[in-house]
Write a protein that binds this ligand. Structure first.
Ligand code: 5GP
Length: 120
């Protein structure tokens, strides 16, 4: 089980427009914005609009439309940034041992340069 959703988390505040972010994509199901501390030339966070802490939470409770919308949004962001041909990396930290810092599910999208091997 994961923690209950805490809607004071920083990404919930970005979703509500309470704090600024450089939004690069938004639709009914997801928004995407630049990471505040980029670790690659392109470093975007894609999040579902719904209140999901983790992948466990999302995969078990989100509707098929939400799941499809989120997955499609990630693909659209990659296409819109010209990353399909060169390639890119998706990563999600889930829970304590992965070092998840923000308790709203997010997928990191890295690209824009050769990324090197995954370290873990
Ligand atoms: P995690 O470690 O949970 O996988 O990733 C959290 C990510 O959120 C980090 O890459 C961090 O730089 C980013 N982040 C934390 N606070 C903010 C913020 O206020 N705005 C944006 N745009 N990114 C943030």
């Amino acid at each position: 089980a994961t923690l209950p959703y805490d809607d004071s988390n920083i990404f919930a505040r970005i979703l509500r427009g309470e704090i600024p972010a450089t939004v690069v994509h938004e639709d009914e199901w997801a928004i995407a914005f630049n990471d505040i501390a980029p670790q690659a030339p392109v470093h975007i966070l894609v999040i579902p609009r719904g209140p999901y802490v983790s992948w466990d939470d999302f995969s078990s409770h989100a509707s098929p439309e939400e799941i499809a919308g989120f997955v499609r949004a990630i693909g659209q962001v990659a296409r819109n940034h010209g990353l399909v041909a060169p390639g890119y990396r998706l990563l999600a930290n889930i829970g304590v041992e992965a070092g998840q810092e923000v308790p709203h599910l997010h997928v990191h999208l890295f690209g824009g340069a050769p990324l090197g091997p995954m370290l873990v």
